[in-house]
Design a protein around this ligand. Structure first.
Ligand SMILES: [Zn+2]
Length: 140
């Protein structure tokens, strides 16, 4: 649960603007009292990586949903339902798959697809790093 000025924040989704890039469907937390909006803490680092990449690629808009592994229920749930180990292997699989596809995209000379896959890989590596950090903390 996240709190702001004593009120519990409400989970929602919305569009954020990073320079000239609009990022749609970002999981957000919203304070009903002071109307503060922040990126949901579970996806904060992934959002930053994706927004930075999309901006660098000159995209005018992008859908955060396309780069997520978790579904809404998982993000907005108060407890983690999936074991960290399972999550790690799921992310690793996603990375392997994206790397395979990147090879295919290169063979096909599909630049747009390559760009998308590189962004996806950046988000996934961010996620992997975070999970590994969390795991090592848990066993220490
Ligand atoms: Zn507030």
């Amino acid at each position: 649960m996240s709190f702001c000025c004593g009120a519990s924040m409400i989970g929602t989704k919305g569009t954020l603007k990073h320079y000239r890039t609009e990022v749609h469907n970002v999981p957000l937390l919203y304070c009903p009292v002071c109307q503060r909006i922040e990126v949901h803490y579970k996806v904060e680092s992934e959002y930053e990586v994706l927004a930075e990449y999309a901006h660098g690629d000159g995209e005018s808009e992008i859908d955060f949903q396309d780069y997520m592994l978790e579904d809404d229920e998982e993000i907005f749930a108060n407890c983690v339902s999936v074991e960290a180990e399972d999550r790690l292997s799921a992310v690793r699989n996603q990375i392997d798959l994206s790397l395979d596809l990147l090879g295919v995209a290169k063979q096909m000379g599909d630049k747009r697809w390559q760009t998308e896959l590189k962004r996806r890989l950046a988000v996934m590596s961010q996620k992997l790093e975070k999970l590994q950090r969390r795991n090592s903390k848990g066993t220490a």
